[in-house]
Design a protein around this ligand. Sequence first.
Ligand SMILES: [Zn+2]
Length: 312
Amino acid sequence: MYGLSMPLESINLLISKSERPYDATAVANGCVSSPFRSAERPTHNGIDIAYFLKSGGSRSLAGEIRGRSIVAPKAGKIIDRGYDSMRGYYVVIDHQDTEGIVTRYFHMNEPAVVSLGSVVAQGQKIGTVGTTGNSTGYHLHFEVQPKGKDYLDPRKCLGDGSNAQRCPYIEPVVLVSYNKTGDGVKWVQWNINDKGANPQLVVDGEFGPLTLASVRKFQSQRGLDPDGFVGPLTRAALACPFNEPAVYLMKGSEGDGVKWLQWYLNRKDFGLVVDGDFGNLTRAAVVAFQSRARIEVDGIVGPITRDYLKNF
Ligand SMILES: [Zn+2]
C-alpha cells in the first residue's frame, strides 16, 4: 500500500541529488528534525526535514538546506499549489496510484515551479526548501496521505529495504497475542506467511491456535523466547527481510549482513540507504548508536552491538 516506496531509498531523495551539500546518499538520525506525531506534537501529520548528514556523522547546518530543490518522489499530477500563512508556499501531488497517495510539501522558499494540473515526472523539481508560512527555520514539511484515509508516517513510505512496502497492513504498536483480533493480527499473519510459514496462515485477523503455533515456531527459529507474544523484538524479526549476520561487520564489509545492520539502524531512525555497503555513513550511524547504547564505541559490529540493536 505504500506506493512511494519503489524509487525512494531514503528521505534525502526528496532533495535534488546534485544539490545535496555533501555526497550524502543517506539521511541519518537528526535529518528529520520533527517526526510524525511525536508525543510533543501529536497533531504533526508529516515529517520535517531540516538537516543533512555529513560523512563522519555530524549534521550540516540547518541553513544549508535553504533553497535546495525539492523533487517529486514519484510521478503524479499537481492538484493544489499556492500560499497561505500556515503552509507558506506549498504544493500537493496526487500520485494517481491505486492507493490514492497524495503528498504535500510546505514552507517552500517561493511559489511552486510547477503549474496547477500539470503532470510531473519522478525526480522533477517542484520547488525549493524555504521557511515561509508558520515555520521557524528552513525545512521541508512533507506529508503522505491516501485519499480519504488517515495520514501515514512518511518514513514508513520511503523505501528502507523492509517489506513494509509490500505488506498491506500497518505494523502494530501494541502487543499482539492469542485471542486478539484485528489488523495488527493480520500484519503478524501476513509477515509469518512471508517468512515462509508452513502451512501458510489464513490472514483473517484472528489470533487462533494455528497462528500461535506459527509464531512460536518462528520465534524459536530466530532465537527468540517462544512465548507466542508478538512484541517489539518479534515484530522487528518479522519485519526485517534480512538474516542476522554471524560475523563481525566493519567498514568495507558488504552483503546481506550489512543490509541487516542498516535495516536495524533505520529502525532506530538512522535513515540509511539499505545497500549492503558498510561505508562512512553506516560507520557513523554505528558509532552514534554505540555511543547512545553506552557500549564500546569502535564502529565494529559484533555480537554485543547486534544484541543492543535488537533489544535496545
Ligand atoms: Zn512539519
